[in-house]
Design a protein around this ligand. Structure first.
Ligand SMILES: Nc1ccn([C@@H]2O[C@H](COP(=O)(O)OP(=O)(O)OP(=O)(O)O)[C@@H](O)[C@H]2O)c(=O)n1
Ligand SMILES: [Ca+2]
Length: 499
């Protein structure tokens, strides 16, 4: 009996110190998991904001972007929170009334004040970028373009945001930042997968930007970026005067030049295959020739009857005349002697490419079917078109046949897309709720939100980390328990053996 008592006292698992230690280990594990859960729990999101004004040739839009403050260097984190379309025409139309340009922005800027929380106003950058309309005004009247820019700058400085400048951006910037926008939003930039080419069509210029397979033979068309640790060697070109409003003027001007005889008394008739049969409107020659894009075209004057004949193939013939393909100083060109490697990969075609093709339901068919459908549309009588679209402004409605014919001609004859790679062009307006366009890329660049090198990322995401810690701690507990049970059993066996 005495011997038994002695063995019982010697069993190490029954010593209070061992029980105490087991308790401390278990408690320690619980505290460790609890602290790591609390420590790494994401804090409530704080958002930052940025404002970019797109002062286009036809109109101005205000874009408000937001992003979580802690994650600003991650791809795809910035999203469009709000947009506001400025009433009236683009700022370049205020050349005779520059003060009006600044005033036109007031309504949308007031909206921006309401959209962005007041405590963030002072740190919210605001940028204005003007595109082809202002480039043309600068060519025509530099003094007027400066006054318009001063007026919009003055207006923007009167708001509580952090004013960062109002300037005319270059065609290269417009193309490259459009490319950055679509690839940032599609989250292509941190992956080894291919990128999306960018096609932008405005009222006064058009841009093509993509990563080519071939060497870029002209320095003017080459731009390099290092983004998230990857090098991108881009081809880009912006054709000033090749936006859809300017091309309409040029092609009408050329028709007038070849139709109107010098001694003819006005008004006379301008038969136009790009307008619907039955369309007939009196226009002034001044409204067609009021642009520096018409260089070399003999100017008409007075008024004329613009008469539609609705013939798609004749319309395309007339549009082809605005592309000069007679010379090319490189191994290959798009048009007007501009170098262009062959198009490669998928493309996102946005702004007027989308507005026009989407309105006409021409975004998803083969090139042949698209041409057939457009041909039918162009030959539809104007009266019927108006009946079918009672809510659309007649000015816009009348121009869709021309615009879509121009788009097909630009893509096929100009950029050399074929019926084979036509399906690679996606007509898009938005990607994940943000508009495709140059503005987002412009802001990301100026705020240094796209790092050249990939930022360090944690080994595993937060959820995975917590799950891992819990599982691992449980495993240790189970192991400890098993070791305890094993030793208890072996010590009992030892006791029995002794008895
Ligand atoms: N829902 C819309 C909006 C615009 N447009 C037309 O599309 C053209 C170009 O619009 P946009 O891309 O906004 O051009 P801007 O940015 O104003 O011009 P740019 O880029 O050349 O400066 C204009 O003729 C405009 O009338 C359209 O047909 N349908
Ligand atoms: Ca534009």
């Amino acid at each position: 009996m005495d011997e038994q008592r002695e063995v019982k006292v010697q069993n190490p698992w029954h010593r209070p110190v061992v029980i105490f230690l087991a308790g401390v280990i278990t408690g320690g594990i619980i505290i460790m998991v609890a602290i790591s859960v609390i420590q790494y729990k994401p804090l409530p999101q704080k958002y930052k904001y940025g404002i970019v004004l797109d002062a286009g040739s036809s109109h101005t839009s205000v874009f408000i972007y937001e992003w979580p403050a802690e994650k600003e260097n991650n791809t795809g984190m910035v999203r469009q929170k709000h947009t506001c379309n400025v009433e009236g025409k683009g700022i370049s139309s205020y050349s005779n009334n520059p003060v009006g340009a600044g005033r036109s922005l007031q309504k949308c800027m007031e909206e921006a004040k309401k959209t962005i929380p007041a405590h963030r106003h002072h740190e919210t950058p605001v940028y204005l970028g003007a595109t082809a309309g202002m480039r043309l005004l600068k060519m025509e009247n530099e003094d007027a373009s400066e006054k318009v820019l001063e007026s919009v700058a003055h207006s923007l400085k009167s708001y509580p945001f952090s004013y960062q400048g109002a300037r005319i951006i270059t065609g290269q910037e417009e193309g490259a930042f459009g490319w950055i926008t679509v690839n940032y939003l599609s989250k292509n930039l941190r992956k080894p997968t291919g990128t999306l080419g960018a096609l932008d069509l405005g009222g006064a210029s058009t841009q093509i930007t993509f990563v080519p397979q071939q060497e870029i033979e002209s320095q003017d068309n080459s731009i390099d970026f290092r983004l998230y640790g990857n090098n991108y060697h881009l081809y880009t070109h912006s054709f000033l005067c090749y936006g859809k409003d300017q091309v309409l003027k040029i092609s009408m001007g050329k028709k007038m030049e070849s139709t109107f005889k010098a001694d003819e008394t006005h008004p006379i008739e301008l038969k136009d295959p790009c307008f619907h049969p039955g369309y007939n409107l009196t226009k002034t020659a001044g409204s067609v020739f009021d642009t520096p894009c018409m260089e070399g075209v003999k100017m008409a004057n007075g008024s004329f009857f613009h008469v539609g004949t609705g013939n798609w193939s004749q319309c395309q013939q007339s549009i082809r005349k605005v592309f000069n393909t007679s010379y090319c100083p490189y191994s290959r060109c798009s048009f007007n002697g501009i170098f262009q490697p062959s198009v490669d990969g998928n493309f996102g075609a946005f702004s007027a490419f989308f507005f026009v093709m989407d309105f006409l339901n021409l975004t998803s068919d083969s090139l042949d079917i698209t041409k057939q459908n457009l041909s039918t549309y162009c030959s539809t009588p104007w009266k019927k078109i108006v009946q079918n679209h009672p809510k659309t402004k007649e000015k816009y409605l009348s121009e869709y046949c021309f615009s879509a014919t121009y788009i097909l001609t630009l893509l096929e004859d100009g950029y050399k897309f074929t019926s084979k790679n036509w399906k690679d062009i996606k007509f898009i307006k938005k990607i994940e709720d943000s508009d495709a366009g140059w503005t987002l890329g412009y802001m990301l660049n100026l705020t240094n939100m796209i790092p050249a090198e990939a930022p360090d990322t944690p080994l595993m995401p937060y959820g995975g980390y917590v799950a891992f810690m819990l599982l691992f701690s449980l495993l240790i507990l189970v192991l400890l328990l098993m070791v305890y049970l094993y030793f208890r059993r072996s010590s009992r066996t030892a006791q029995k053996d002794i008895i």
